[in-house]
Ligand binder design. Structure first.
Ligand SMILES: [Zn+2]
Length: 70
């Protein structure tokens, strides 16, 4: 199994194309999802509601800084 993620990948949750290191889904611990969905699930896991999740994600990504800073 190759562990390189530099090519274009489609997130199975939102259907968006992304490049880079995927996040592991917290739902089943085996599905790789885009960093945005990973952030969304992380927020949901600490009780943040959907509307607030979107606001936080918009804030994170509009500043051009992903959680994964590498
Ligand atoms: Zn996604």
């Amino acid at each position: 199994m190759k562990e390189r993620y530099e090519r274009d990948v489609v997130c199975p949750l939102c259907g968006k194309h992304y490049i880079g290191r995927p996040a592991l889904s917290r739902i089943d611990n085996k599905t790789y999802i885009c960093p945005e969905c990973g952030t969304r699930q992380a927020l949901a896991s600490i009780g943040v509601d959907e509307r607030e999740q979107e606001e936080i994600i918009a804030t994170i990504y509009s500043h051009g800084a992903a959680l994964d800073s590498e």
